[in-house]
Design a protein around this ligand. Structure first.
Ligand code: AP5
Length: 218
């Protein structure tokens, strides 16, 4: 059976940073709904156009659009190596849909990992974030700087700041997270599937805690 893991945490908690490290460490591919929406935006697809107005406002994209996109990503060979879900599910209907999708294919979630970071730290992290357009690796001007300013260590990509990283949108995304995604934590907590990780440790320590929790669960 393939391993399916959910990574939860507020905007800036380190989900993307950690999903990429877990992908390298454990060989389980990252499925990040935010990245899938951004790819669609870049390719100017209808899905991208639908998602844009929600993303720019810091609101959630409607469930049916998000669930349909994840179903498509997982169909066929897309699920054979399992998945680290980054930023999905974000609502209880999405959590129920994921459970049903996996059950359809005789699979289930191994564990849900909650990277817990306080609101003021989330804001500090989002304010200094830079991303590589080629490999998606994420840097921070203070906490995780590239060797050469503005350039990706791995492939030399010219780092950029995300369109939804304006101060106003960052604050709205954090509010939306605490209002609409916190109930998903309770949903998984009640099922005994939630493991909480201190997300204010160093990047390396967070990875170690996550790897240990995944190994315990599988
Ligand atoms: P999405 O792309 O998922 O964004 P997000 O949840 O707001 O999360 P981020 O990507 O901003 O943060 P992260 O936790 O990945 O942190 P990172 O690793 O970058 O979603 C964007 C939008 O798409 C949503 O607003 C919504 O509109 C839509 N969407 C996506 N999924 C959806 C869904 N399921 N349903 C509906 N709509 C959806 O780290 C942040 C910074 O901190 C970096 O600079 C990093 O270097 C630094 N850092 C990381 N870890 C540490 C550490 N331990 N110590 C110090 N610095 C650290």
């Amino acid at each position: 059976m393939a391993t399916f893991v959910v990574l939860m945490g507020g905007p800036g908690a380190g989900k993307g940073t950690q999903a990429k490290r877990l992908e390298r460490e454990l060989g389980i591919p990252q499925i990040a709904t935010g990245d899938l929406f951004r790819e669609n935006l870049q390719n100017n697809t209808e899905l991208g156009q639908t998602a844009r107005k929600y993303m720019d406002a810091g609101e959630l994209v409607p469930d049916e659009v998000t669930i349909g996109m994840v179903r498509q990503r997982l169909s066929g060979e897309g699920r054979s190596q399992g998945a680290i879900f980054d930023g999905f599910p974000r609502t209880c209907p999405q959590a129920e849909a994921l459970e049903a999708l996996l059950a359809e294919w005789g699979e289930k979630l191994a564990v849900v990992l909650y990277i817990n970071v306080r609101r003021d730290v989330l804001l500090q992290r989002l304010a200094g974030r830079w991303t590589c357009p080629i490999c998606g690796r994420v840097y921070h001007v203070l906490f995780n700087p590239p060797k050469e300013a503005g350039v990706c260590d791995v492939d030399g990509g010219k780092l950029f700041q995300r369109a939804d990283d304006t101060e106003e949108t960052q604050r709205r995304r954090i509010d939306v997270y605490f209002e609409q995604t916190a109930p998903v934590l309770d949903y998984y907590r009640e099922q005994g599937m939630l493991v909480e990780i201190d997300g204010e440790q160093s990047i390396e320590e967070v990875t170690e805690s996550l790897v240990a929790a995944i190994r315990d669960a599988t």
